[in-house]
Design a protein around this ligand. Structure first.
Ligand SMILES: [Zn+2]
Length: 301
């Protein structure tokens, strides 16, 4: 009975999560884990297709830490009821690093859990901010992010899961998933961005205003230049705070100043930014200030 249910369809909650992940990405052929097949046959006399093996981009059985094999059974002809033990299978050659393969499989499994809430835009933005991908008032260095995500997954994998894009085109999906006003994108894209942001190294510093075409102050920065820098930073910090209050979110001093593109300079030349220092003190005492202690995973709420 249990096996039959597994063959014919799973409980509706899991079905809907599975469906959500599957919507726009296509898995052309069913996949199996040889050890799972063996165990299923021993236990039930038959084997069945495991949902967790059929998610887009998933090529690893987490139970056995074994690479999944690709069968000759088209996913669209699922109803034909060919059992895994009867299917022909071959090795899948992954272009991903083993660690990435593992992370995708784990994140996908988390999403199959009906209790799971999607990695939402707000969660991804927090992660992005921590890794210095967001500057100014939620200004995203789009080209950098799009290029880094492309480098991380590689185009063969992104093609496979139908999430490829052109790095230099306007608004590739890695930047769209971080936008509050984002249109409805395939859940898989949120998942891939979550996996990337969780595992990527933090950028050394947020791309600075100079990198965006503003004049770079030399080592002997004039007082007037500091004042102008401070004015710009104050504006950016205040706008950022306003957005945080509205969204009822918190942040750290470092993240706040990084977001304004002033962290490094402020840290080294604190005395040159008296007004900003005062604002930081006020911020520390406010509800928007997040202490770094007891930091929890940002993935789940
Ligand atoms: Zn297995």
């Amino acid at each position: 009975m249990a096996l039959e249910r597994k063959l014919l369809g799973i409980d509706p909650m899991e079905e809907s999560c599975f469906g959500a992940l599957q919507t726009k990405a296509v898995v052309p052929f069913l996949r199996l884990c040889r050890q799972c097949v063996r165990e299923d046959v021993e236990r039930h006399g038959e084997s069945y297709w495991h949902r967790s093996h059929l998610l887009p981009g998933v090529h690893l059985c987490l139970k056995h830490r074994a690479s999944l094999l690709e069968t000759n059974v088209p996913a669209k002809g699922f109803f034909k009821m060919i059992l895994p033990q009867e299917a022909k299978s071959r090795k899948y050659r992954s272009s991903l690093r083993p660690a990435t393969t593992m992370q995708i499989a784990q994140a996908s499994l988390e999403i199959l859990d009906p209790q799971h809430t999607w990695p939402r835009t707000a969660d991804l933005r927090k992660l992005a901010l921590e890794k210095n991908y967001i500057i100014g008032v939620y200004e995203i260095p789009a080209l950098k992010l799009a290029a880094d995500v492309m480098k991380f997954y590689g185009s063969p994998f992104l093609d496979e899961v139908r999430c490829s894009y052109e790095v230099h085109k306007k608004s590739p999906w890695p930047t769209l998933v971080l936008r509050a006003s984002s249109v409805d994108l395939a859940p898989l894209k949120y998942l891939l961005m979550g996996v990337y942001l969780r595992s990527c190294r933090s950028l050394d510093s947020a791309p600075t205003r100079e990198a965006l075409g503003h004049q770079r102050p030399g080592p002997r920065t004039e007082r007037a230049e500091y004042q102008e820098l401070e004015r710009q930073a104050m504006r950016a910090v205040q706008a950022h705070l306003k957005a945080l209050i509205k969204a009822q979110q918190r942040t750290t001093v470092q993240a706040l100043l990084r977001a304004a593109g002033i962290w490094e300079r402020f840290r080294h030349n604190r005395d040159e930014f008296p007004m900003l220092a005062e604002l930081v003190l006020q911020f520390r005492a406010s509800d928007q200030s997040e202490r770094q202690l007891g930091k929890r995973s940002r993935w789940r709420k």
